[in-house]
Design a protein. Structure first.
Ligand code: FAD
Length: 497
């Protein structure tokens, strides 16, 4: 409530925020979490909490009047449509050179993501977080994160015969025929539930294609893991539909935090001011970077250092589809939870997720999200004329990522005698190079913060989310975000509380 005082305030309820809340609460600290998205605990008129991938509605997008689907076209037809403005689950946040997709609600990105839970190869870790000791990460914090998230692997014997993974088996065949390593990757989906979906025994969730607008049953989002455990401590409270707009030093000590309570059209209902001894920025790479960049530039947090807003990367994301021959159908039933990737990181700088295209019809398409070793990094800056934070990303920079992805798919196409799809991202457009699902950086560990996420210049302020990671994780990022948060919060609890 307005005027209250809390010991620890966490901005955002994604991976970093959930880890911080649980570990602080278990150490006896009362925590208040502030989340600008909705709670996602109430069914809509169709009896479901989340909308389907093929039929986005008012629940699907964050404060937009028209959908902005990652795949904007199919067979030449535009897919986007008008929707009522609503605090929906997926934010397609536009900057000049890139659209950054992010989850909105209690659970952050865990509500919308594909659940691919990948620990990077240890040999690649020094490139990802150069100031962190790999030994402690791989012995303690990656295992802790994987356990906390409920990460498990698909039963390969079942997978080999499941209709819903035909697309992945086609992906394997094509990868291996071209000599690329095909690797299974773990996920947070409940595989027993998926088997029951396939057997027709339960409500379909992954097998109904549910993913980017929420998953109604089988995926273990943070609501079911870290946040449930945090709630069970009795020390964590959460305010959904509350947006933090300012943090500044308080005369009485600690920080004054200004929070707008919003309605489901995004309009401010009431502005509240609370005091917090310590504040954890866990608003995601973009959310944390935007807040810190503005608060530094406008004088609210004047002592933040010159690294704020810098070192931002897109994890080298680029998407593409391939058109298969008629004898290589990918299946009209496709599980929305990916299980595998093609690893050409060392030779070509790309790790490609063999992704589903859950349209409900046979498309003969293979679809991939590539993560690439792009050297490009952008920075956030405050624009006083517009009152907004800009990002210096240049769309042309994606060419390096495209070239790296081509190291895999040009070879597969030539081996298979196939071509790229040109109908998924606009007419005659092969590459989905306008977007990222994996924003990283902006408050980089060891630069904007000390080596544990304590923001330089203002004691008691921390960054504890994807903003700490300097732009690339070589694989999908949430396990690394979670593991780093586990490492940092252990130290912060021991030394600062
Ligand atoms: P987030 O999870 O983004 O959480 C930040 C939270 O803070 C959000 O809930 C936001 O609403 C809230 N917030 C922001 N600003 C404010 C404010 N001012 N006040 C209050 N609250 C605020 N990663 C993988 O590893 N595997 C995958 O399979 C995968 N698939 C993905 C698919 C999609 C479609 C998308 C969009 C992402 C995917 N990702 C995947 C990426 C992954 O979800 C993110 O890397 C991860 O969620 C980032 O965690 P975080 O803790 O940094 O922040």
């Amino acid at each position: 409530p307005d005027g209250s005082h809390v010991r620890a305030l966490v901005i955002g309820t994604g991976y970093g925020g959930s880890v911080a809340a649980l570990r602080l609460a278990r150490a006896g600290v009362d925590v208040h979490m502030v989340e600008m998205g909705m709670a996602w605990d109430t069914p809509g008129p169709d009896g479901k909490i989340f909308a389907n991938t093929t039929t986005p509605d008012y629940r699907s997008f964050w404060l937009r009047t028209r959908t902005r689907q990652p795949l904007s076209q199919f067979l030449g037809f535009p897919l986007d449509k008008d929707v009522p403005i609503h605090t929906g689950i997926l934010d397609a946040e536009d900057f000049a050179g890139i659209t950054v997709y992010q989850g909105r609600g209690v659970g952050g990105g865990s509500l919308v993501n594909g659940g691919m839970a990948v620990t990077p190869l240890r040999e690649r870790f020094p490139e990802i977080l150069p100031t962190v000791d790999p030994a402690e990460m791989y012995s303690t914090y990656y295992p802790r994160a994987n356990a906390g998230l409920g990460v498990t692997s698909v039963d390969v014997n079942w997978w080999e015969n499941a209709d819903c993974y035909q697309y992945a088996r086609v992906g394997r065949k094509h990868a291996q025929r071209s000599g690329f390593p095909f690797v299974f990757v773990p996920n947070v989906y409940d595989w027993d539930y998926m088997k029951q979906e396939a057997a027709g025994a339960v409500q379909k969730s992954a097998l109904a294609g549910e993913v980017i607008y929420g998953n109604n049953v089988g995926k273990k989002s943070l609501q079911k893991t870290y946040l449930a455990q945090a709630a069970a401590t009795g020390r964590v409270s959460v305010s959904p539909l509350h947006r933090v707009t300012s943090v500044s030093p308080a005369a009485a000590g600690g920080y004054t935090v200004v929070v707008d309570q919003i309605d489901t059209t995004g309009a401010t209902l009431v502005t509240k001011t609370v005091r917090a001894d310590r504040v954890f920025f866990a608003a995601g790479s973009v959310g944390t970077s935007k807040l810190l960049t503005r608060l530094k530039a406008t004088g609210a947090l004047p002592s933040l250092n010159e690294h704020i807003g810098k070192g931002w990367g897109d994890n080298g994301n680029v998407m593409c589809g391939r058109a298969n021959h008629m004898w290589d159908p990918t299946g009209k039933l496709q599980s929305s939870m990916p299980t595998a990737g093609i690893d050409n990181w060392n030779a070509g700088g790309a790790f490609a997720e063999v992704a589903p295209l859950p349209t409900g019809i046979e498309t003969y398409a293979s679809f991939y999200l590539s993560i690439t070793r792009t050297p490009r990094r952008a920075e956030f800056s405050w624009n006083p004329a517009t009152g907004k934070v800009d990002l210096s990303w240049d769309r042309a920079w994606k060419q390096t990522s495209i070239d790296m992805a081509k190291s895999i798919f040009d070879k597969i196409n030539s081996k298979e005698g196939t071509i790229y799809r040109t109908d998924l991202f606009g007419a005659y457009k092969i590459w989905g190079d306008h977007l990222t699902y994996h924003p990283l950086g902006g408050a980089v560990l060891g630069r904007a913060t000390d080596n544990y996420g304590r923001l330089h210049g203002h004691p008691g302020l921390y960054a504890i989310d994807g903003s700490l990671i300097p732009g690339n994780t070589s694989v999908n990022p949430f396990v690394t975000i979670t593991a780093l948060a586990e490492r940092n919060i252990e130290r912060i609890v021991a030394e600062d509380f």
